[in-house]
Design a protein around this ligand. Structure first.
Ligand code: FAD
Length: 260
């Protein structure tokens, strides 16, 4: 079973700095941590490998310092890491990101399973998993809470949908996106930390990954963030009291008075 786990470096701080010109996040490698959903994704992949055997690769696109997070993934049990790092990737929207990741995945031969987090805690779109599946021609199961069964040909998973749990079976190869509570990430052992330091993390630029530069980074991004700001919070709050009819009337007045 060949499994690729997509792992994004996200800011560890809530004080995210935005570039005033490109409106993209200023990524400071020292403050980056792995997206928590991806840490669960790695654990899901490792548990599948423990049952069926195989190979788990951690894949990321980010600044050179992201190697550190891929080494951490190896220390927790991944077999190797692959980092896409090039200024050409900077400012990528979800389409350009999934394009670059799909090229890197396809380059090594199609895996049986691609595991993504359900969403990244910074960009927050939850689009990469489904877009990757589209780019790779695979089916996609999103928001997976639990893997019920997996063998060489199929995966059966429970996913959250409309407040209920849905049991879905998909043929492999396929992409799954996992919720944070899909698994509890293991801690690295001392031997694992040594393995992480010595392990293989390949770093590829856009050309080496076989990417068309016109489809990468800001140039390849049809979506661009034109402005970002912290919403102003009003300190005023009104308690609506009275009978149901009085409350409904007051709420109607409030809504009508809002500049929507
Ligand atoms: P998600 O789709 O939320 O991430 C899901 C999973 O995909 C992750 O858990 C991880 O497994 C995988 N993944 C995502 N990125 C990587 C990576 N670099 N390396 C490895 N795995 C990865 N883009 C748009 O297209 N439209 C927008 O409206 C938009 N708005 C934005 C607003 C803000 C404030 C910011 C900071 C970014 C915005 N972006 C937008 C850019 C978008 O966040 C990035 O392009 C990002 O590369 C991918 O999207 P995401 O973080 O939402 O990923």
């Amino acid at each position: 079973m060949r499994i690729v786990v997509c792992m994004k470096a996200v800011p560890s701080t809530t004080e995210v700095r935005m570039d005033p010109v490109t409106h993209t996040i200023v990524r400071d490698g020292r403050q980056a941590v792995v997206n928590p959903f991806d840490a669960s994704g790695l654990e899901v992949a490792l548990e599948i490998r423990e049952r069926l055997g195989g190979h788990v690769s951690a894949l990321s696109m980010g600044i050179p310092d992201t190697v550190r997070l891929l080494r951490d993934a190896i220390s927790r049990g991944a077999d190797d890491g692959l980092l896409l790092s090039d200024r050409a990737f900077a400012g990528a929207d979800t389409l350009a990101t999934s394009y670059a990741l799909s090229r890197a995945i396809a380059r090594g031969g199609m895996p049986d399973l691609v595991v993504c987090g359900k969403m990244a805690v910074d960009g927050d779109t939850a689009q990469i998993g489904p877009e990757l599946a589209g780019a790779l021609g695979m089916s996609c199961v999103t928001d997976v809470r639990e893997i019920e069964h997996v063998d060489e040909g199929h995966i059966t998973a429970r996913r959250r949908r409309d407040g209920a749990l849905e049991l879905v079976e998909a043929a492999l190869p396929c992409v799954i996106t996992v919720a944070k509570d899909a698994a509890t990430p293991r801690m690295p052992s001392i031997a694992g930390v040594r393995r992480g330091e010595a392990g293989t993390v390949e770093v590829l630029d856009a050309e080496a990954a076989g990417c068309d530069p016109a489809r990468c980074g800001l140039d390849g991004s049809p979506t661009q963030v034109v402005r970002s700001f912290v919403p102003e919070r009003s300190a005023t709050a009104e308690r609506v009291e009275g009978t149901s009819a009085e409350q409904a009337e007051r709420i109607e007045q409030i809504v009508e008075g809002m500049a929507l």
